[in-house]
Design a protein around this ligand. Structure first.
Ligand SMILES: Cc1cc2nc3c(=O)[nH]c(=O)nc-3n(C[C@H](O)[C@H](O)[C@H](O)COP(=O)(O)OP(=O)(O)OC[C@H]3O[C@@H](n4cnc5c(N)ncnc54)[C@H](O)[C@@H]3O)c2cc1C
Length: 391
């Protein structure tokens, strides 16, 4: 599953060049205005950077190696994490379809994501009353002949306002937690489906996040992905993989912040000296570098296990946890290094601090990642599979 090293280098270089020329220069504008970066996504699609992680049979780039996906993702996030995530968002949505869908479903639903005018997509499990405890969702799906009827509300759905396709998690057996959870494909045009308000947020401002409403939303039964009751285990398996690539997002933010802080510390003078000569400044950046390098090793280790087909769930959680906390530390260190300019919206580092914070929250907060790692230290014999937490 490893990518040929020359091809990997080529792809990572391509991602870096694209991030430097097409993402970094427009990132402040999209942060300030919250304008959706459609033009960047189109350009990324043209050079093969939107669906590189999806199978070639359905129009993707066929890069299966999680390690290579991480290295590409880090470069895109180095340009800008929200735009980089949006560019690569098709893979996040399509993962469970590749994993659990039928051949017919894959052939029908994945290719529209991989065109030069890619259809945007979103994955919705979170509800107002169920985030970390994802098995507590209450959106229902009731079978009615050749259809299912969905009712409920989702929230914090990334990409929801601009998407045409949604992977929605609902229960076919209310009160049974994970056992009833099933995944369904819903189109924006389906009757009874509505995108609600866009949620205002601290960072990741051009990656819009919204509520969804399903009111007697009737969809054909062949839009069910996987069997009834297989949705929870499927999405949790998928999150194991996506947490490794999410760690790469954090690495990109942290690396960008450290680079700017080091450059600044080499130039800025105080008390007649370059500020990096003050150990308070240089040691803070040393700590940032060390935390980022540690996190990168955890990320690459988790990715290598995944590429070898070995279990990697605990390692994925450690990678996401370490990388997100390292990115926040590095971005905070960069803000402190730049002093008042660090706090200025005319410099990028305050934005990176806002973006880094998100990495500690979505797809399982740092507390939930610790919970998952703790399970490997203190396994509970016979633990039920009713989904005790987002993992
Ligand atoms: C910008 C953004 C984008 C998102 N995108 C998506 C998306 O595309 N699709 C989607 O489905 N969801 C998405 N989410 C939702 C996200 O995954 C959840 O917000 C996250 O899992 C936390 O859930 P919560 O907000 O309900 O927090 P809660 O579960 O209410 O947690 C609140 C606090 O309690 C702690 N806590 C809860 N349970 C435990 C426990 N057992 N042990 C220790 N501490 C605990 C948490 O760590 C946290 O500090 C997004 C969220 C954000 C902010």
């Amino acid at each position: 599953m490893r990518t040929d090293p020359d091809l990997e280098r080529e792809l990572v270089d391509l991602a870096h060049r694209f991030a430097a020329s097409e993402i970094r220069p427009v990132a402040p504008h999209h942060d300030e205005t919250e304008e959706f970066p459609l033009e960047v996504i189109r350009k990324a699609a043209a050079v093969g950077l939107t669906c590189y992680d999806l199978p070639e049979a359905y129009g993707g780039g066929g890069i299966e190696s999680v390690r290579t996906q991480c290295l590409i993702g880090e470069e895109l996030a180095w340009g800008d994490a929200p735009i980089g995530s949006l560019v690569a968002s098709a893979g996040f949505f399509a993962g469970p379809i590749v994993q659990m869908g039928t051949e017919e479903q894959r052939r029908r639903w994945i290719p529209p994501l991989c065109t030069s005018e890619p259809m945007m997509s979103a994955l919705a499990i979170t509800e107002p009353g169920a985030g970390s405890d994802a098995a507590a969702i209450t959106t229902t799906a009731v079978r009615d002949g050749d259809h299912y009827v969905l009712n409920g509300q989702k929230t914090w759905v990334s990409g929801a306002p601009n998407a045409g396709l949604y992977l929605i998690y609902a229960t076919v057996a209310p009160g049974t937690r994970a056992k009833g959870i099933t995944s369904f494909l819903v189109q924006k045009t389906d009757p009874g489906f509505e995108v609600g308000r866009k949620l205002p947020k601290m960072g990741s401002r051009c990656y819009p996040t919204a509520e969804l409403f399903l009111r007697d939303c009737r969809i054909p039964a062949d839009r069910r992905i996987g069997g009834e009751g297989e949705g929870f285990s499927g999405v949790m398996r998928w999150f194991e993989k996506s947490r490794v690539t999410l760690a790469a997002n954090s690495m990109g933010i942290g690396r960008a912040a450290l680079e700017v802080a080091v450059d600044y510390a080499k130039e800025r003078q105080a008390f007649g000296r370059k500020i990096h000569e003050f150990q308070a400044v240089s040691f803070r950046l040393v700590d940032a570098k060390m935390k980022l390098d540690q996190a990168r090793l955890l990320m690459l280790h988790a990715a290598d296990l995944a590429d070898r087909g070995e279990p990697f769930g605990t390692e994925a959680s450690m990678a996401k946890l370490a990388a997100s906390e390292a990115a926040s530390f590095a971005a905070n260190a960069a803000v402190m290094t730049l002093g008042s300019y660090g706090y200025s919206r005319e410099y990028p580092v305050e934005k990176w601090l806002r973006d880094a914070k998100l990495e500690e929250i979505y797809e399982g907060t740092s507390d939930i990642q610790r919970l998952i790692v703790a399970r490997s230290l203190f396994p509970r014999p016979g633990r039920s599979s009713d989904g005790d937490g987002r993992g």
